[in-house]
Write a protein that binds this ligand. Structure first.
Ligand code: HAM
Length: 416
């Protein structure tokens, strides 16, 4: 039996990768315009990083991590997200001494053992960014503006921007008391996960996907009504700056986010058509310190590349064209073929896309192949051409033929 790919993974075939490369190029160019530099961190990290970074009570840590002991008996986890690894790398490599804020972006595979369904994979990719070292609302606004621009750049419409504030540890303490009072009344009716979350992290209960828990969550007090003065002012500033920049957003006091490190502003960009969250992020002022660094505010987001690609397909899929060969060189016979190789190599030195026969096929078969791969021009190097030292360049779309010397510079000048 043939072996198949594991559940929740995807093969990216050439017809997908050239579109992906287009998207990656557009986004990386755009991020450079904002001063973000690319970082890559390991696929696997010590499990401890995510336990502490993402949070022990999150679904990601409790249910979704690919965790195993390596041969040295160390607990290793495939990264389920990029923020913890990026912050670890920031600290480990002394990036805290770089001019602040430090602006990093990444495009990396992530691994979560999830229930596979539409838009939910076990190996997926995120394009994300982290802006480390600013507590100002201006940093939150900058990341949201970049998020918005990602979709504009890719011609993707119908994206809803939802924002919320989930406060800081200071105001959260007060809120959690009120929330626990509310949930406590019905705690027996909640699922076991929620019962466990009750003491350690009651806010997480608001994010439970179980129907019965959702039912009892209706009417729960919301963090946004319990913000301390500092968090309130921060959120007001974010909102008014977004309005000033004509960002259409809504306040969704139900956004809790699935990871524990968030503070203050959180946001999600939703594709109105599929209902999927295509970008999510927020401020995480405590994470750098939690991971052993100095107290450092930060904000960031990540967008699911597979979800982005689905939307790109629908918006500009037809416009992204695969590169077609500038030239196909037909040849038969050893001397002629060696000339074809020489010409092909010379044209590739000049950055042209050239194809030639690699199977020793007949003239007719080569012609068919050149047609199939949609070569723009064609030349034939046969006995005649070699002896006369001339060659005909045929433009495959117009059918026009031009005779030129069998010479690299001449051929190049006609097809470049
Ligand atoms: P997240 O909300 O867990 O945040 O993931 C961000 C995005 O990744 C989601 O909005 C979604 O588009 C995509 N995504 C997540 N899980 C899957 C999956 N199983 N299959 C396909 N796509 C998925 C984070 O990961 C944070 N690290 C974002 C962040 C960066 N916050 C601050 N900085």
């Amino acid at each position: 039996m043939m072996i198949q790919k594991p559940k929740g993974t995807r093969d990216l075939l050439p017809e997908d990768t050239y579109k992906l490369q287009y998207v990656e190029k557009k986004i990386s160019n755009m991020l450079e315009n904002y001063g973000f530099k690319e970082i890559r961190v390991p696929v696997f990290e010590y499990t401890e990083l995510f336990n502490r970074g993402v949070g022990e009570t999150t679904d990601v840590v409790q249910k979704e991590m690919y965790t195993f002991d390596d041969k040295g008996g160390r607990s290793i986890t495939l990264r389920p997200e990029g923020t913890a690894g990026t912050v670890r790398a920031y600290l480990e490599n002394g990036m805290a001494s770089l001019p602040s804020p430090v602006k990093l972006w990444y495009n990396m595979a992530m691994y979560r053992y999830e229930n596979v369904q539409k838009g939910r994979l076990r190996e997926f990719h995120q394009i994300g960014l982290e802006l480390i070292g600013s507590s100002s609302y201006l940093a939150d606004v900058e990341t949201i503006l970049i998020g918005k621009r990602i979709f504009e750049t890719l011609g993707i419409k119908n994206i809803k921007v939802n924002i919320n504030s989930i406060g800081c540890p200071k105001c959260r303490g007060e809120y959690q008391k009120v929330l626990k009072e509310f949930i406590g009344k019905n705690l027996d009716n909640y699922c076991d996960d929620c019962k466990n979350r009750f003491e350690k992290n009651p806010m997480r209960i608001l994010d439970c996907k179980q129907e019965k828990c959702k039912k009892y969550n209706v009417g729960a007090p919301m963090m946004i009504d319990y913000l301390c003065d500092e968090c309130k002012t921060h959120f007001e500033n974010v909102k008014s700056a977004l309005k000033a920049q004509n960002v259409n957003f809504e306040i969704d006091s139900g956004i809790v986010r699935g990871l524990d490190y968030y503070t203050k502003t959180v946001f999600e960009f939703i594709d109105e058509k599929s209902g999927l969250t295509v970008l999510g992020g927020g401020r995480y002022d405590g994470l750098v310190e939690e991971l052993g660094g100095p107290s450092t505010p930060a904000v960031g987001f990540a967008s699911g590349v597979e979800r982005l690609m689905e939307m790109v397909e629908a918006s500009i899929g037809d416009e992204i064209k695969e590169r077609k060969p500038d030239l196909y060189i037909l040849s038969c016979g050893e001397k002629e073929t060696m000339k074809a190789v020489e010409i092909a190599e010379g044209l590739r030195d000049k950055d042209l896309y050239v194809e030639r026969d690699l199977i020793e096929r007949s003239f007719k078969a080569q012609m068919k192949y050149a047609d199939k791969i949609e070569a723009k021009n064609l030349i034939v190097i046969g006995e005649d051409e070699l002896s006369k030292n001339t060659v005909k360049i045929k433009n495959m779309s117009t059918g026009e033929e031009q005779e030129v010397k069998l010479d690299l510079t001449e051929i190049y000048s006609k097809i470049k």
